[in-house]
Design a binder for this molecule. Structure first.
Ligand code: SF4
Length: 214
């Protein structure tokens, strides 16, 4: 059984699959407290409804998905998330997992496309980064830095240079909505020739920053 906050269909707003129709499975609960968290409603484990994996999969299949994102909260805070991911990949879906980077990803099925967040200083959760996860990433995976200001960017640049020179994964830089201008981030990226991709949150551009369930 898993605590599920919501299951819904929308457009994947971020990363390599941005713009694609996607079914979101948002698991409830997260032990982190990022300053910019945009899903505070799902932080408490009690915010979710207990559902069996079979019920979750049946609900998802009703949307006839081609892409599924398991997100949160922090999905890996619930150990049974691994069994859910395994079940979904056995059904041959394209499955993505968005995780905070604070939980070990060793047991995540290899065919799951992982989107691993790195917590920057402005998040207030930098000490939660589990750096050993970086060595487990594959070519189809993505590393996401959510940046709130210039100091975050300079910290991120140093992490990329020191820890990620040979990563097979794509690196995404995402400005915190309404805190860091994307044009500033673009200028810094171009000036420094970083091997990264600008990651805008399409769903916030389309529906606004306060919209939920989209
Ligand atoms: S890890 Fe994600 S869900 Fe948890 S507090 Fe940070 S932004 Fe929110």
């Amino acid at each position: 059984m898993l605590k599920v906050y919501e299951i819904y269909q929308s457009i994947q707003g971020e990363g390599s699959q941005a713009g694609m129709p996607c079914v979101f499975i948002r698991l409830a609960g997260c032990p982190l407290r990022c300053s910019y968290c945009d899903t505070p409603q799902a932080l408490s484990p009690d915010s979710g409804e207990l559902m069996s994996i079979d019920t979750i999969v049946d609900t998802v299949m009703g949307y006839l998905p081609s892409l599924i994102l398991v997100t949160g909260g922090e999905p890996l805070a619930q150990p049974e998330c691994i069994a859910l991911l395994q079940h979904l990949v056995e059904l041959r879906y394209h499955v993505q997992l968005e995780t905070s980077g604070a939980f070990d990803i060793t047991d995540t099925p290899p065919s799951v496309q992982k989107i691993l967040d790195i917590k920057t200083p402005a998040s207030g959760q930098e000490e939660q980064n589990l750096w050993g996860n970086l060595a487990l990433l594959q070519e189809h995976d993505e590393i996401k830095f959510v940046l709130a200001n210039r100091d975050d960017y300079l910290w991120c640049k140093k992490i990329i240079e020191d820890r990620l020179p040979d990563t097979p994964a794509s690196i995404l830089l995402s400005p915190v909505y309404n805190m860091l201008q994307a044009s500033d981030l673009c200028a810094w990226m171009l000036e420094d020739h970083l091997p990264v991709r600008l990651n805008m949150q399409l769903h916030k551009i389309i529906w606004g920053g306060d919209a939920v369930g989209v």
